[in-house]
Design a protein around this ligand. Structure first.
Ligand SMILES: CSC[C@H]1O[C@H](OP(=O)(O)O)[C@H](O)[C@@H]1O
Ligand SMILES: Nc1ncnc2[nH]cnc12
Length: 290
């Protein structure tokens, strides 16, 4: 058993959480640069918590410039074991309506301008992301969201686009009709891949804000309408987060899905061929196996 530490990455509209005992905003340095913002740490019902606003307080970082590696490294460095991503998302499904939450379990990664791995020349690693989210953590999020009175959908494929512009109508229709995606956003990749490399359980909760641009009755996606829906979603998101400690508990059994052992056989570079500078940068992320 280890100590549970829940890390929440708050997306658009979720820039803080309340109710933490001993709440402190901490500046964390990482070998990958500064995270999006300081990280709020504290405890909730005896369980350690960390909260990081993905875009920074005041919404400073665009989806492309969010420092994804620094964010995941900083959470790992603090001792986080379980990462919950909360994101504003468009919907490709009539029944996944604005205000609903979707427990995402698959991704299609269309991002093109982001550093997507901690590894590289001098330390090559290949982790599996066939199942990129943690079912145990996703189930806890689902239970917490239902208890908060939210309509929750179990499972969904999230199209991660580069942005910052929204999709064209042709893209929106293709993602929905040809690729079978359920929701769309701009931030969950490479975040989910990096969490897996860092051996962190990762669950993604998509808070639906709009129907993107495919829906004949809703017209094109509009950021003003998104923000209005976000305000209600953020309260529900905070309510969900408050319910997680009692569901996850302070003592953590190893992940039954192996998220916390993802690097066990992933590193290919021979010990004598490894780059010392990169090895030093990997101290938090891969220290367990190096
Ligand atoms: C406010 S609309 C577009 C913006 O919102 C989402 O951010 P996040 O995933 O961090 O909640 C989306 O991905 C875009 O970055
Ligand atoms: N329709 C949409 N496309 C991309 N990101 C979003 N975030 C919220 N709604 C979105």
């Amino acid at each position: 058993m280890t100590d549970t530490m829940i890390g929440v990455i708050g997306g658009s509209g979720l820039y803080e959480i309340d109710g933490l005992a001993d709440a402190t905003w901490q500046a964390i340095e990482t070998p990958w640069g500064a995270p999006s913002d300081q990280i709020l740490t504290g405890t909730l019902e005896g369980v350690k918590m960390a909260f990081l606003p993905r875009h920074g307080r005041g919404h400073v970082h665009s989806p492309t410039t969010v420092p994804y590696r620094a964010n995941i490294d900083a959470l790992k460095r603090l001792g986080v074991t379980d990462v919950i991503s909360v994101s504003a998302s468009g919907s490709f499904r009539e029944d996944m309506a604005p205000g609903d939450f979707v427990i995402v379990d698959q991704f299609i990664d269309r991002t093109v301008a982001r550093e997507s791995s901690f590894f590289g020349t001098g330390c090559v690693a290949h982790v599996s992301v066939a199942h990129p989210t943690c079912p145990r953590l996703g189930a806890a999020c689902e239970e917490a969201a239902r208890a908060a009175g939210v309509t929750v959908h179990t499972g969904g494929t999230y199209l991660a686009m580069e942005g910052p512009q929204f999709s064209t109508l042709a893209e929106s229709k293709m993602y929905r009709e040809v690729w079978g995606c359920d929701v769309i956003g701009m931030t969950n990749m490479p975040e989910a891949k990096l969490a897996r490399e860092a051996e962190l359980c990762y669950a993604s909760v998509a808070m639906i804000t709009d129907y993107d641009s495919w829906h004949p009755d809703h017209g094109e996606v509009d950021v003003t309408a998104i923000i209005a829906t976000l305000m209600g979603n953020a309260d529900k998101g905070r309510d969900m987060v408050r319910r997680l400690p009692s569901l996850l508990g302070a003592d953590r059994a190893p992940c039954p899905h192996g998220c916390d052992r993802a690097l066990e056989f992933a590193i290919l570079t021979a010990p004598e061929a490894r780059d010392a500078a990169l090895m030093a940068k990997l101290d938090a992320v891969a220290g367990r196996v190096l």
